[in-house]
Design a binder for this molecule. Sequence first.
Ligand code: C5P
Length: 432
Amino acid sequence: MQSTREVENEIIKVSRSATLRFMNDLAGKRIVLGLTGGIACFKAAELCRSLVKEGAEVQVVMTEAAAQFITPVTMQALSGQPVFTSQWDAREGNNMAHINLSRNADAILIAPASADFMAKLIHGKADELLSLMCLARPLQTVPLILAPAMNREMWAHPATQRNVAQLRADGTHVLGVGQGEQACGETGDGRMLEAEEIVEELHAFWTPKVLQGQHVLITAGPTYEAIDPVRGITNLSSGKMGFAIARAARYAGAQVSLISGPVSLPTPRGVDRVDVRSALQMHDAVQMAAPLASIFIAAAAVADWRPANAAGQKIKKDGSGETPELSFVENPDILATVAHSERAQNGKLFCVGFAAESHDLLMHATAKRVRKGVPLLVGNIGPSAFGQDDNALLLVDAKGVKELPRDTKTKLAQDLVLEIAKRIGNIEVKKT
Ligand code: C5P
């Protein structure tokens, strides 16, 4: 049995550079990337690069029309594999590229998927390599994922919408489309999603839906308490941990609402975000959202105090050397308020708190869990977590302590989501 100090030291001491395992969420995934004709083919180059960077093995297959927009040479260079464009390609020993290419694949991803190609798919047409391969794929083991791309009128056309509905009914995973300026000069729906959005969709696709049916409310980032219109006090927090949890919860199938203090982070795909500045604003936003949530995760570094009287105008330095007198009032404890609400007390809202400490982590986290009245408290050593892409967590609940050793915040967020899913009974926990 380790002492408190030993557990803490272990978390701190693990050298970041030596042990940090950077997440390659698509490592080992074999993806057949199909390109069909459309100007969005230029985005497929970036997509291919991102997939390879994430550790996936990418086999590119292109239609003749796609090769008009981007060359197989480019796609070969980016994927590191020879590209297939023809069903008559003699490089395959048995001359059956349409069978061989899909048999070991974890997914066929068509990006861009043109209107014409989708129309072909619903009819089971197979007159060139890519459609032939889609038809010949083992339905149960090789999912087909489409990232449509087309002009807004083509996308809105009843024929296309009928085809999308039919493809979904056939078990195809059709991603949404982006909105905005199109290559034709028109503006509207139909742009292919950006490479990083498609990669996010793939992560979500392969994540077990352990939070299906849950509505997760998360606070993240610091709060900012104004002294006057140009000055204020705040806490050290990049928001990275809270945003990673929001993303992981979304991947796990939850509806996610994120209430964020001032941070410079992009909103995770599919997450509802409300931006606030002060603790009072965060408190009000949480009060509005909490009645709809089933899980509340307070990852924000909320300022404990705010200036009692924020000045309406900039406090001027008059050269006399006198300093302004500042007095403070305590901010409401958002987490404790929610944790003591009727829904939380009746088990309808599972609350998770965070503790960022500089020392005696286990002792402070244990005491804080009781004081805040939450079933789960996540402790971390603040100075070794602030602004970093990695962290180490200590989970404290009524049963004891569990350590999540140093890893990326992305991976820790996924592990935390699993731990929460176990505690709310959303996944079965095997008895050992
Ligand atoms: O009391 P302390 O700030 O250390 O507690 C940290 C936990 O409480 C975090 O989960 C934080 O988001 C939450 N908290 C809060 N409202 C406050 C202060 C902290 O929700 N005013």
